[in-house]
Design a protein around this ligand. Sequence first.
Ligand code: ASP
Length: 193
Amino acid sequence: MHGPEGLAGAVAALQGFKSPIRTARAVMERTHHVMLAGEGAAMFAADQGLEPIGDPEAWFTHAGADEDNHATGKKLTHGTVGCCVLDREGRLAAGTSTGGVFDKLPGRVGDTPVIGAGAWADGEVAVSSTGSGEFFLRTATAVQVAHRIRWAGLDLTAAAGGDRAVGAWAGHGGLIAVPTAGGIAMPYPNARA
Ligand code: ASP
């Protein structure tokens, strides 16, 4: 999401391409849509010349291969990359990318591609979330942080505050938040035990 202009692009359930974030950016810059999903997203990525995954076996790390992505019974485990950027002219942007969670049902979409839940950027703050996406979806976590700053006048730490952001809703996860004034908040209140 591009803060100054409030522009956003997202893809969900995209398979076969190396950079979902580049595809999301292309949705933002080259279409009049915000989100493309599944086969349509893949057709769009191919059409835009985005780089496909040639050899899936060589590209993917299998779930269970490292400690941050292990299967523990029915528990949803996950792994996400989030990025918040403030440039020298005070412009903010946020991007979030994930493989989702382990043990998900086919067709499940988490918070990551949902603008306002997994990512948000406006003229005041950029936010990127990670954790049990279902909780972030239910509470529009990323945009909540921005609204707390804008409408409630909270400072960054209070707005992104762990106990009020994710932990209070019994999810586990956290976020990174960067405001125009600079600085960073990274609450992660309910880390997986
Ligand atoms: N939030 C992501 C999801 O629910 C997972 C993650 O952050 O690792 O799909």
